[in-house]
Write a protein that binds this ligand. Sequence first.
Ligand SMILES: [Zn+2]
Ligand SMILES: [Zn+2]
Length: 273
Amino acid sequence: MDVTLLGTGNPLPDLNRGGPATLVRAGTTVILIDAGRGVMQKIMGAGVFPPFLTTVFVTHLHSDHISDLNDVITTHWVMNPQPAELTIYGPPRLKGIVEAILVMLEPDIEYRLAHHEDLNWQPKIKVIEVEPDDTFLVGETSVRVAASDHKPVHPSVAFRIDHDGKSVVIGGDGIPCAGLDQLCLGATAYVQTVIREDLVKLIPNQRFRDILDYHSSVEQAAETATRGNVKKLILTHYVPAMQPGQEDEWRALAAAHFSGEIFLGDDLLTVTV
Ligand SMILES: [Zn+2]
Ligand SMILES: [Zn+2]
């Protein structure tokens, strides 16, 4: 199973980092988790032809995680040689968001249907709203859902994807909590969005410092990984954006609390699990 960090950025626009998005490839199954800024550019960069994408998971409805969901829908539809369904799993209220996206896309859909004789179907989107403890199958994988804690963003969810004896947990945003701990138990890899508490604290802007109370710090992510006896900790969604040459500093903060392998880096970093 391969995990690719498609976008390692945060809500602030960054020339070098796309918005939050992660790709899991397990056998022939391809799952996109979250659809931040620039996700379709990155997915092409990771070598996935958009029509082959059939499944999207959404961890929560913060704009940085869904800002390009419309582009996922359009690109999947317009590049597909035949009618194909795109299934999107996520927390309650996702249905309303996807319906609203489809309303936003109405003129575009109308223009393309009028223009291309061979394109005679609407985007086929199936939305499945999930709850903690839900389990389901996607292709060759089995998936389990847990509650994450990103309040006041609520509900928010984390996913565990199991395939061929290996497992990946996608924590999404949030602070350590029982649901996440349970999901991580014995997982092969754990992907967590993180902030540098030591740096964020120094920024003289309260709106920025507000993020401290609902995001895992690097140290907290490492502690969650240790409690779960996880083998590989994969960090992403760096706040503030990780600068060239800072990687060792970030890694050291995690390594003080976790003795397994630690991965962090730039967009398109791929970890084989
Ligand atoms: Zn986020
Ligand atoms: Zn968030």
